[in-house]
Every structure is written in C-alpha cells, then in structure tokens.
Design a protein around this ligand. Structure first.
Ligand code: C2O
Ligand code: CU
Ligand code: CU
Length: 429
C-alpha cells in the first residue's frame, strides 16, 4: 500500500485559549500535525511544503528510514521550497512514533511553535486488536501576556523551555470519557521541548505494554506512575476496574536538576478521565505475550558518549554550554563512525548536574544496563527505545545497530540543548 500526503508548514492563528487567537506554526493548519496512521509494509510518500519564514525539514523520530529521507539538518529546505520523503516501513516496525522539524538551530523554536505530529505504524497481527485506543499527544505551551508564543529567556536556554500549559492533543485539560467496556489502550507522546512527565492516574494502576518502538514481550502491571522524558512514547493499558468517578491524569513533580534561580515545580493536571460511562468493568485478562523481541546479540564494537556542561562568561553574562564528548555540534564534523549492520555497545555517560534524554536517529535500541554510584543494574526486560533518560551521574549502556550508510544525529532531546549544540554526528559506512 502507498500512503501519500502533503504537509504544508505554515503559520496560522488559532483561538486556543479564551484570550483570543495565538499564532502557531502548523502542518496543514492542524494542531498537533495530522496523524499519520499506517501499516507495516506500507510505503510512505510525504511532500513537505515550506511556507515558513525559516528553513525546515521533517525528521521521522524513531522510524527506520534511510538517512537521505530523515530530514537531517543538512537537508533543510528554504522558505517556498518542497521536498518529498519516501520510505517503506519494514516488518516489525509497528510502534508509536512522531515527526517534527530538524533544521540546523531552529528545531526547538519550530517544535515549540506547534510543528509536531504523531506517526503510528500498525502491525498486521495486533494482539490487542479490539481494545479501544486513545491517543494523547502531550505538548508544552508557553505564552506571553499577549497570548502569543513567548520567546525563550536565558532560563529556557539553560534548563529547557517549559510553559504554563501542557496540552493534550492541543487542548488544555480536556475531559475524556472512558470507554464503556472498561479498558483502554493509551498511546502517550511526550512532545514537550523539555518538561518531564511523571505521569500518575491516582486511584488506578497502570500496565506498561509498549515503549518508543512497539510492544513489550509481556505487560508490566501494577504501576502507579511512569516517567516519560521529552521525546519518549509509551503504551499503557488502563482498566476502569470498579471506578465510576472522575479520575485525573497528572504530571507529578520530577526533580531533574534544573539550574539557576527557577521557581519550584508544581504538580500539573493533564486531563480528567470520566469513568462514569463504564458499563461492564468485566474485563478479560490481557494476553500474557504481546510480542517477541529478539535480543540484538553480542556487540562487536563499542562507543562512548559523554554528556557534560560548562559554565561560560561572555561580556559579563553567565551562560551554559552543553557538550557531547567535550564538544558543541558542528554539522561539518563526524564524531563517531559505525558499520552497517554491526551491533554496537554504546556507553552513554551523564556527567552533567541535570538529567538529559539521549536520542539516536534511525534505529531502535535495547538498554543493557544502567549504572548509578558504581551500582550496575541489568535491564530486566527487553524493549525498543530511541530515546532514553540519563539522570545526573548515570551511565546507560545500550545495544544498537544501523542498517543504512549515511549520517545520523544523536543528541539530547531537551530541544533547547540540541539547538545550542548538544548533538553529535554518526557516520555509518
Ligand atoms: Cu526527535 Cu533528532 O529528534
Ligand atoms: Cu529522532
Ligand atoms: Cu540536555
């Protein structure tokens, strides 16, 4: 099957909150961008038409697409131009992805102005077919006193930008009505530039069934919360059980080591879940096996990536540099080299005082272990990730493999950090 679409990046004014229209940058005037919902095996052909005042590109976050089709910073198109991306989704790629711009230096600004959309790849055989699905694309919004998208201040550039609102599918604190059948499958995107989402639904336990790149082998049940770092996605099963009340999905306070003199974080209501229409609450048990994940196997090469920060002083102004292996991003420099189809062990080290979500383009990887204060914890289950959080002082070891020659980005997914240079380039040969 061929899926064809055009995404026109353009500014539109949307009366989103009560105080009159806000100018957003959108794909096709839609907030979030149009959902792309396709099947494994499909070929996708999407034309981007740039009607912005800046260069732009579309990056297919998490998807296995060749580097030439992945919207790298080198491949941004000028205002007025068009580009067509074409790729085929392989077997086994079913999962919850997204797309957003990736032009040099403008990714953070364009994403926080509204340019981002969901991308779902469905399996031909889905073990959860028939469970009603809810899509929750969560995105942060920072407005100024005129109700317009505020520019970044120096705290935003240092800690990453957080706004007054966390929207759900571009709505502020909506109420969703839970399915009468008593069970739903939730796909949740953290499309925020920088805000971590420590998600809780007090009164209900959650079952984690999927990560960035698709279903887990087995559900992990009985969870009271899950921390979703910027860029990450999860799939959950939510059961009403005996509830017939109004629940609240909240983002509890998550300490990520913000620097400077910033206001303390407060918990935030994301949305209300109305369970009153649940009729049965008699749910059948979840399938014990959701998917088969093949261990990537023995790595044949190693890489080390170190995140760090450095205080700077220019003209009496304090600033912060965010570094990957001691350097800021340079689009003309190759930082690491890998070979096609070789499994590698990457050791990612966070020497910074702040959490940073590590993201690698073009592939899904597996976490092998996490190390904190000299204690190594082997990951207890297999899962596919493209973005993984590193706490301050933490080391995460991942197994990863690239399938096409070309240039891939790896970076911090706090988008302001990416914009100021917390990014490197991998050349696959
Ligand atoms: Cu979601 Cu390099 O990005
Ligand atoms: Cu990406
Ligand atoms: Cu960062």
């Amino acid at each position: 099957r061929l899926f064809k679409a055009t995404l026109t990046a353009k500014a539109v004014r949307v009366p989103l909150l009560k105080d009159g229209p806000t100018e957003f940058w959108t794909y096709n005037g839609s907030l979030p961008g149009p959902l792309i919902d396709v099947m494994e095996g499909d070929t996708v052909e999407i034309t981007l038409h740039n009607q912005l005042s800046q260069p732009t590109s579309i990056h297919w976050h998490g998807l296995p697409v060749p580097p030439s089709q992945d919207g790298n910073p080198q491949q941004a198109i000028a205002p007025g131009q068009k580009i067509t991306y074409r790729f085929t989704l392989p077997e086994g790629s079913a999962g919850t992805y997204w797309y957003h711009p990736h032009p040099h230096e403008f990714t953070a600004e364009q994403a926080s102005r509204g340019l981002a959309g969901g991308f779902i790849v469905r399996a031909k055989q889905d073990p959860l077919a028939g469970v009603p699905e809810r899509l929750l694309i969560l995105s942060d919004l920072k407005l100024d006193h005129m109700g317009q998208i505020a520019p970044n201040n120096s705290d935003d550039w240092m800690n990453g930008r957080e706004g007054q609102f966390v929207l759900t599918n571009a709505q502020n604190k909506p109420t969703v009505h839970f399915d009468a059948g008593g069970r739903e499958r939730w796909r949740i995107w953290n499309a925020n530039s920088a805000r971590y989402l420590r998600l809780q639904l007090p009164g209900s336990q959650l079952a984690l069934i999927g990560t960035d790149g698709g279903l887990l082998e087995h559900p992990i049940t009985g969870l009271t919360e899950h921390v979703l770092a910027p860029g990450q996605r999860i799939e959950l099963i939510v059961d009403a059980g005996k509830r017939r009340d109004q629940g609240k999905l909240i983002a509890a306070v998550y300490a990520r080591g913000k620097m400077g003199d910033v206001a303390p974080d407060k918990p935030l209501d994301i949305l209300t879940v109305d369970f009153s229409r649940v009729a049965t609450g008699q749910v059948v048990s979840l399938p014990a096996r959701l998917a088969t994940i093949k261990d990537l196997g023995r790595p044949v090469a190693q890489k080390r990536v170190v995140f760090s920060e450095k205080m700077t002083m220019t003209n009496g102004q304090h600033g912060m540099q965010f570094l990957v292996n001691g350097k800021e991003y340079d689009m003309h420099r190759i930082d690491l080299t890998s070979r096609v189809d070789e499994v590698e062990l990457w050791e990612i080290v966070n020497q910074s005082d702040m959490d940073h979500p590590f993201h690698l383009h073009g592939t899904q990887f597996q976490v092998q272990s996490r190390e904190m204060d000299g204690v190594v914890k082997t990951e207890s289950y297999l899962a596919w990730h493209d973005t993984i959080n590193l706490k301050s002082g933490e080391t995460v070891r991942i197994k990863t493999v690239q399938h096409w020659p070309g240039i891939r980005m790896f970076h911090c997914h706090i988008l302001e950090h990416e914009a100021v240079g917390m990014m490197g380039q991998l050349e696959v040969v």
